[in-house]
Design a protein around this ligand. Structure first.
Ligand SMILES: C[S@@+](CC[C@H](N)C(=O)[O-])C[C@H]1O[C@@H](n2cnc3c(N)ncnc32)[C@H](O)[C@@H]1O
Length: 180
């Protein structure tokens, strides 16, 4: 897809594509695939990449769960990024969460040795549940702490949701895991 061999990183649920475009621009030696299930946001993020002529980033309008489960081979990814996934607050909806048992296993399966999983959320309960889930069903090392960086300008945030939460003074929970 990228026309070259380079370490591949996938972002699950790219939203408006702030992370994808900034990461692709600052790390030209890596390939970035954003997967976004909502067509409206997928188009928005793809347009952002096209505008900046970023040849090392591709936006896929698809269900990331299916991509991981059905298409990705073992040990093909240098990193997986999951930022502010939909919280699905109601108890009966929690099974719709992206960070579930089968996805956790798929992430471990598709990461290269030394590869990393980055998970950020503003929902403390989703954060602790996910940390417990990863400890229970994977051998990933973590959570490694991730420090908050002061923003230098209006778009100096990892994603739009991080920007929204921090500008509203809301907590952001961040963790990194590694496959050893
Ligand atoms: C709360 S938004 C966060 C967007 C972005 N990561 C951010 O931090 O600004 C969650 C995004 O994940 C997308 N999403 C939800 N389930 C998905 C799935 N199974 N595959 C791909 N994208 C998904 C939603 O459409 C939405 O754009």
């Amino acid at each position: 897809m990228f026309g070259r061999a380079a370490p591949l990183e996938i972002e699950v649920g790219s939203g408006k594509g702030l992370f994808l475009s900034a990461a692709a621009a600052t790390q030209p030696d890596r390939n970035f695939l954003g997967v976004e299930i909502a067509a409206k946001y997928a188009r928005y993020a793809a347009a952002r990449l096209a505008k900046r002529e970023l040849a090392n980033a591709i936006l896929l309008n698809a269900d990331a769960q299916r991509l991981f489960r059905e298409l990705l081979p073992a040990e093909c990814l240098a990193a997986v990024h999951v930022y502010f996934p939909d919280p699905w607050w109601k108890a009966r909806h929690k099974k719709r969460r992206v960070m579930n048992e089968s996805f956790a296993r798929d992430v471990e399966h598709t990461l290269l040795p030394g590869g990393s999983l980055h998970f950020w959320t503003d929902v403390e309960e989703y954060f602790t549940t996910t940390l417990e889930l990863l400890a229970a069903v994977t051998h990933l090392t973590g959570p490694l702490p991730v420090a908050e960086q002061p923003a230098q300008h209006d778009l100096d945030y990892l994603t739009h949701f991080e920007r929204r939460m921090r500008l509203h003074g809301e907590a952001v929970y961040r963790a990194e895991f590694r496959k050893v």
